[in-house]
Ligand binder design. Structure first.
Ligand SMILES: *Cc1c(COP(=O)(O)O)cnc(C)c1O
Length: 427
């Protein structure tokens, strides 16, 4: 369910015609619907209404501070994976007591920052990290609340680059080794064990992997409790998939029902870390067609956004629907074409061999389902200023991140003095 729809052949975001935003703000830009974002959050939150729970939005999916703020206002906590994300979460007014810190490579300074902010818990991914957190907390005269992120060795059936819960992935502590790790943690003076965590991967479109992981976690929790290691928080991570094309992911209600059925007697507070399922279909990328060209056997539609703006197709071969912002007379005809960007890489594409109306220069397209892992993965590759982000709320829109300027590209660069003194070599 989202609020991007046509009225008289014009694509709208809520009550705003997208073509009007493009005319004023230029292209390309990310466009988010506040109503869609809130709805996705509320549906997910309500699915767990019957049990004590905390929804920690995975900030890496979309970390614009306006988006984070909107979710904070709905009651969301945050799942962060860096000091930068903690900074953003705090800027957005997130309650530190609702922040969990994930990630395999937390630096000392990031750990100290999180300790001084008073976050809810660290999801610890290795013995060495446990030592580092213990030492940092000791120096600050604190106790660090932790969960161990266990790797349950479950195949989530997703793309290998976004699978995280299998033995061969870098994430977490092997479930078999986790009991002894918990025992060790219990002995550490500046560590307080509060929970257990696992995250299987992303864009998971079935309930089964979650349930298999849960079966293993349940056994582990029982073992730990027998040893008087108290597990208050059961963090099941994120990973619920969305519809990009014709996938049929479980509805959050179905997902929650399956989880809750397995956990009736567990007496835990549930933590969920959804990212994609909240933000993915709340945003689109708007781009303008620059050129079209027909080559033998192939048509190309060349647009003004590139893989630096949205890298998912290049990185994972991801499918994104592409819609015309204005449906023209040509709508009934169709061609098969690749939609590509201006970047000097053959991997710079948004669609391959896709059936679409015969676009012409200056037409606008909407690359759908781009609200998660879109802007957050963007870069300045090819020295392209990063694009703007726009948020629609009913009949108004606001630019929530300005388009970068050329000056932004070089503002932190520096030419050393000795290069100024050089004379241009004559050849
Ligand atoms: C990326 C990530 C998430 C969010 O995953 P989604 O698939 O976007 O729901 C949650 N938890 C952790 C630890 C992650 O790394």
């Amino acid at each position: 369910m989202n609020y991007f729809s046509y009225i008289d052949n014009e694509l709208y975001c809520e009550e705003v015609a997208i073509a009007n935003i493009a005319a004023r703000e230029g292209t390309p830009f990310y466009l988010y619907s506040l109503k869609t974002l809130k709805r996705h959050y509320q549906v997910f939150d309500r699915a767990f209404a019957d049990v004590p729970h905390l929804i920690c939005f995975s900030a890496k999916a979309n970390s614009n501070i306006a988006i984070l703020k909107a979710l904070v206002m709905e009651g969301a906590g945050m799942d962060i994976v860096s000091g930068g994300e903690l900074f953003r979460a705090m800027k957005a007014g997130a309650d530190p007591k609702k922040i969990v810190f994930s990630g395999v490579g937390k630096r000392q300074d990031e750990i100290e920052y999180a300790l001084s902010s008073g976050i809810l818990m660290f999801n610890i991914e290795s013995s060495q990290e446990l030592e580092t957190v213990n030492a940092a907390a000791g120096k600050m005269n604190k106790k660090a609340p932790i969960a161990l992120r266990v790797n349950p060795d479950v195949d989530a059936g997703t793309h290998p680059h976004i699978s995280t819960g299998m033995k061969e992935n870098k994430f977490g502590i092997d479930i078999a080794a986790s009991v002894s790790e918990y025992r060790r943690a219990k002995e550490l003076e500046h560590i307080e064990i509060v929970g257990i965590d696992c995250h299987l991967g992303s864009q998971i479109t079935e309930v089964d992997p979650f349930i298999h992981a849960l079966d293993r976690l349940k056994k582990l929790v029982a073992t730990l409790r027998r040893e008087r290691i108290e597990i208050k928080y059961l963090d099941l991570g994120g990973g619920l998939g969305i519809m990009y094309d014709n996938e049929d992911p479980p509805h959050p209600d179905e997902y929650a029902r399956a989880i809750l059925k397995k956990t009736v007697d567990m007496d835990c507070t549930f933590i969920l870390e959804p990212g994609r399922v909240i933000a993915g279909n709340s945003g689109v990328l708007i781009a303008k067609i620059l050129y079209t060209k027909e080559r033998e056997h192939k048509n190309f539609v060349i647009v003004d956004a590139g893989m630096n703006d949205l890298i998912r197709p290049s990185l994972y071969g991801s499918y994104h629907k592409i819609l015309p912002v204005t449906k023209g007379e040509n709508e009934k005809k169709s061609i098969i074409a690749d939609v590509v960007g201006p970047i000097c890489e053959s991997g710079d594409f948004f669609a391959k061999a896709r059936r679409m109306p015969p676009f012409a220069p200056n037409d606008l397209i909407a690359v759908m389902s781009a609200g998660a892992y879109g802007f957050t993965m963007s870069s300045n590759y090819n020295s392209r200023p990063r694009c703007a982000e726009v948020l629609v709320n009913g009949d108004r829109y606001d630019v929530i991140r300005k388009r970068e300027k050329y000056e932004d590209l070089v503002k932190d660069e520096n030419i050393p003095d000795y290069l100024h003194e050089y004379r241009v070599r004559e050849s």
